[in-house]
Design a protein around this ligand. Structure first.
Ligand SMILES: Nc1ncnc2c1ncn2[C@@H]1O[C@H](COP(=O)(O)OP(=O)(O)OP(=O)(O)O)[C@@H](O)[C@H]1O
Ligand SMILES: [Ca+2]
Ligand SMILES: [Ca+2]
Length: 618
């Protein structure tokens, strides 16, 4: 492959062509207007209920018993000095100026978005938070707070000291009282029932336990043992992580990691998040506070915790409730139309913080942070960015792409040049492959030919990921795959969570377009075709070299696949309905000399049928 000299890099994500369906209310494909940057969410300064650590933005308040006491609390004098000095001494080579030109204050505990707290506690002040219509918190009366968990917590465990506290619960050590495990220590997250004042809050706890139970077993996910309840509390029993929160380690290092150390953290985060996504679980609250080290050792394993805001998401579904923590929230979450890509954004924020010690999006108020997330481009010009590797910068930028279709997936991020050569990297199966293959199988032969041409322009770096994915589908001896390979690869990785996220169903059905059963069942696909099927035009488009990719592909298409096409046929290829004045719109997409596709038409065809058009057609 790679007939052209251009050196593009990157890969897949489907034309979000896949059906866009909302969980609760339909949202236009492009998302709804921005909810937040209005007085609605203004001034959220005091909404942090964390009492264990650092309640305030950049300060560290009284103590949790963490050994990683965050001694790095920037002196306000730095800012004072920096502000005062910058205009006067703005010479570019003034070293002090460079030093004090920290773009934002260093990381600190993130607050949950107000809407999260509101929908859980039901105590919304008028205009305080944006809540999706039709999901107003219900009154506390008549709520069923029985979870069906075992009632024998007190018989089995003896609670010890508190080790952490969050908005919804507090965590203590505990010991097995008897039996083989007598004396062994565990962690118990205690969630008081009196705090569950809405049906949503109860449902969240139910789902938190369900998801933990289903996902436990991954090396970078806190091990779950069991859940109990009594009249007052729910008790979630887990392995005890004694190494403290990732946030505390970031702070204890003065906010900066070497590239190698940041990479080691990133690999573990991406591993567990790619695993969750394959299971159809979106975490929705990824932040350094929600990753714990198992031991105090420098090289300790990192574990994801706190699935309190997590949810199942079907491959063709968009979620629309605004949840998460403001500094880490993805733009499409604020637009109320999102899926697993939102977690990858949060990982991008964590990566940015690890590498430079500052937050990429910062403001004093919630609405200010939202505005920054939606509109601002994070700075890569300030120190230390220019001295970091170009791969590191590229990695972070591709996680922080505001368009979720152009963002890398977690599995793709593990294949990124910055990461892929590290030890311990094993690229996992990526669910986006199934979405893309599905869109490909539904495409016309003309679009397939266009995608094939594009796939021939992929570079070694881009092919690396596709090769890994193809290998995971375990092609047979003659190097081809069929629907059976796809199904069995999925089933091999399946946990109980997959049932709730309906990933296997997604493969074999879609109403009138029973795509794969009809097509892949009766034939096999080789690696070349797989590349055409599993590449993402949107992601390639995000690259600086996209134009080269596309031009090069068009040349190949001209030789091999281009043919005369009439406007009506092209219109139907692109799913344009009768309401669209096709002759006016598509005029430039067909070459007048020979009736074949022009470059513009070729690029349009690569993108395929728009999701809106597809939704209308069904
Ligand atoms: N398995 C564990 N081992 C050790 N400490 C833990 C464990 N699980 C949780 N903790 C500590 O308890 C804190 C609170 O737990 P968790 O984040 O699950 O609670 P929460 O109420 O959902 O928090 P939040 O306000 O972030 O939603 C964690 O930040 C961590 O410090
Ligand atoms: Ca937490
Ligand atoms: Ca939580």
């Amino acid at each position: 492959m790679g007939l052209c000299n251009s050196k593009p890099s990157s890969n897949s994500s489907s034309p979000k062509s896949d059906l866009i369906r909302n969980k609760n209310t339909p949202v236009p494909a492009n998302g709804t207007p921005i909810p937040a940057p209005s007085p609605l969410n203004a001034e959220s300064q005091s909404n942090n209920n964390r009492t264990n650590v650092k309640g305030n933005d950049d300060a560290v308040i009284e103590g949790k018993k963490s050994p990683f006491f965050p001694f790095y609390s920037p002196s306000p004098a730095h800012y004072f000095f920096s502000k005062k000095s910058s205009p006067a001494r703005s010479s570019a080579n003034s070293t002090p100026n460079r030093f004090f030109k920290r773009p934002f204050p260093p990381p600190s505990p993130a607050k949950h978005i107000k809407a999260v707290l509101a929908r859980r506690h039901g105590s919304v002040k008028p205009n305080e938070a944006a809540i999706p219509e039709g999901s107003e918190p219900e009154p506390a009366a008549g709520l069923n707070k029985s979870f069906g968990f075992s009632k024998h917590f007190a018989n089995k465990y003896e609670l010890g000291e508190e080790v952490g506290r969050g908005h919804f619960g507090y965590t203590c050590t505990a010991k097995f009282k008897k039996g083989e495990l007598k004396g062994q220590q565990v962690a118990v997250k205690v969630i008081p029932k009196h705090k569950m004042t809405t049906a949503i809050a109860i449902e969240d706890v139910r789902r938190e336990v369900k998801i933990l139970r289903a996902l436990t077993g991954h090396n970078n996910l806190v091990k779950f043992f069991d859940a109990y309840e009594d009249n007052d509390n729910v008790y979630v029993v887990m392995e005890l992580c004694e190494g403290g929160e990732l946030l505390d380690r970031i702070l204890s290092r003065g906010g900066k990691y070497t590239e190698d150390d940041a990479k080691a953290v990133m690999i573990q985060i991406l591993n567990v998040v790619a695993f969750c996504h394959l299971q159809g679980v979106v975490h929705r609250d990824l932040k350094p506070e929600n990753f714990l080290f198992t031991t105090k050792d420098e090289n300790s394993v990192l574990k994801a915790i706190d699935f309190g805001l997590s949810d199942f998401v079907r491959p063709d579904e968009r979620l629309n409730d605004i949840v998460g923590s403001a500094y880490y929230v993805a733009p499409e979450v604020l637009h109320r139309s999102y899926s697993t890509e939102a977690d990858v954004w949060s990982i991008g924020v964590i990566a940015y913080i690890l590498l430079c010690g500052s937050r990429p999006f910062w403001a004093r108020t919630e609405s200010g942070i939202f505005r920054a997330v939606l509109k601002a481009d994070p700075s890569f010009d300030e120190a230390p960015w220019p001295s970091l590797s170009s791969e590191a910068r590229d990695f972070v930028k591709r996680l922080l792409n505001k368009d979720p279709r152009k963002r890398l997936t977690a599995a793709q991020a593990l294949s990124h040049p910055w990461i892929k050569n590290s030890n311990d990297v094993k690229v996992p199966l990526d669910v986006i492959i199934f979405k893309l293959m599905k869109a490909y199988m539904r495409s016309s032969s003309l679009r397939k030919a266009a995608l094939r041409a594009l796939s021939k322009t992929l570079t070694v770096d881009e092919l690396f990921y596709l090769k890994e994915q193809y290998a995971l589908l375990e092609p047979n001896k003659n190097g081809t795959i069929s629907l059976e390979n796809v199904k069995s690869a999925l089933m091999k990785n399946a946990t109980d969570a997959m049932k709730d996220s309906r990933i296997p169903d997604f493969l074999s059905s879609v109403g009138p377009l029973t795509f794969m059963l009809n097509s892949l069942q009766y034939r096999r696909m080789d690696f070349e075709e797989f590349c055409a099927a599993a590449l993402s035009v949107h992601q390639l488009e995000a690259l600086d070299r996209w134009e080269q990719h596309a031009r090069c592909a068009y040349e190949l298409f001209e030789k091999d696949g281009n043919r005369a096409i009439v406007i009506e046929e092209l219109a139907s290829e692109l799913g344009l309905g009768p309401a669209v004045p096709v002759h006016a719109v598509l005029h430039d997409w067909i070459r007048h000399t020979d009736g074949k596709l022009s470059f513009l038409g070729f690029v349009k065809l690569l993108h395929g049928v728009s999701s809106r058009a597809l939704a209308k057609a069904q």
